[in-house]
Design a protein around this ligand. Structure first.
Ligand SMILES: Cc1cc2nc3c(=O)[nH]c(=O)nc-3n(C[C@H](O)[C@H](O)[C@H](O)COP(=O)(O)O)c2cc1C
Ligand code: SF4
Ligand code: SF4
Length: 257
């Protein structure tokens, strides 16, 4: 079983590729949380996988929310448990943070991998989507990386292979708590009514069912995962986050040939 979360499609793609190569089935974390489906059963020998984006040098907080309620019948100390996190650059101390959270809920992490994918974080000064050449380079490199990760998961390797990056302690334990507290609210989202075509795409792509479409455009409801799907998929670029996103690029995953 692979429990996955994704905003702009990178982690969904990775989860789908892994599921195909490992013959596993996929479970959407957003659906689990939205519909309070927290009870799952593993078949004998089945693995337990988690695939999600890195947010502020830690696991996307929604994954930690999932663990609060997750019950997995059939899980034993022999079950191979792994995480794969997608990131634009580096994951900081995501692995120890997720290991600790899993342990608290009775699971032991054995394999941890990162996959660099195009960056989607643009809500603060100094953060941009990748240049097209970098985006394409990452997308071209991804299939081989995923295949390699899948091979090691299939072999139940006890290993950590992630891009940690510099200043990991400061990023994960000083910046991240502040980010979670002050930079994950959906209050700064707004859509220009003159630009919004009321197409409903933002409602459709929001994994948390957090957007209501009114006559004046989208309204955010306060249960946001900060995945930025609404902002990036909006076809008219009507959606902004505060004042920082107006002139920045947009990104969502599309398969390249
Ligand atoms: C709120 C937020 C915080 C992010 N923080 C990081 C980070 O700390 N390090 C990093 O390399 N990428 C970071 N990113 C980029 C994403 O991890 C990356 O683009 C990821 O592949 C997006 O996955 P998705 O398309 O499945 O949503 C962040 C993105 C968001 C939305
Ligand atoms: S996706 Fe953009 S254009 Fe479509 S309804 Fe939402 S804000 Fe309006
Ligand atoms: S409101 Fe936007 S950022 Fe928040 S969960 Fe929905 S799509 Fe993601």
């Amino acid at each position: 079983m692979i429990l996955w979360f994704s905003g702009t499609g990178n982690s969904r793609y990775v989860a789908q590729q892994l599921a195909e190569q490992l013959n596993e089935h996929l479970v959407s974390v957003a659906e689990a949380i939205n519909f309070e489906k927290f009870d799952y059963t593993l078949q004998p020998g089945e693995m337990l996988g988690f695939v999600f984006p890195t947010y502020s040098w830690g696991p996307a907080p929604i994954m930690l929310e999932l663990l609060q309620n997750l019950k997995v019948a059939g899980y034993t100390p022999a079950t191979y448990c792994y995480m794969v996190t997608t990131c634009g650059d580096d994951v900081g101390r995501s692995v120890p943070i997720f290991t600790k959270a899993l342990r608290k809920h009775g699971f032991t992490l054995q394999g941890a991998f990162s996959v660099q994918m195009p960056n989607n974080y643009i809500c603060m000064k100094g953060f941009y989507v990748d240049e097209k050449t970098v985006e394409q380079k990452k997308l071209r490199a991804a299939p081989e990386r995923i295949e390699n990760v899948a091979m090691r998961i299939a072999e139940h390797r006890c290993t950590t292979d992630v891009v940690v990056g510099r200043w990991r302690w400061v990023k994960s334990h000083i910046i991240r708590p502040g980010f979670r507290r002050y930079a994950m609210s959906d209050k700064p989202f707004h859509a220009d009514p003159a630009v919004c075509s009321r197409c409903g795409k933002c409602v459709e792509v929001c994994p948390m069912m957090n957007i209501e479409l009114t006559d004046n455009g989208p309204k955010w409801q306060g249960k946001c995962a900060m995945c930025l799907a609404c902002l990036h998929y909006c076809p008219t670029r009507a959606i902004q986050y505060g004042k920082q996103t107006q002139d920045k690029g947009r990104y969502f995953f599309r398969k390249i040939n």
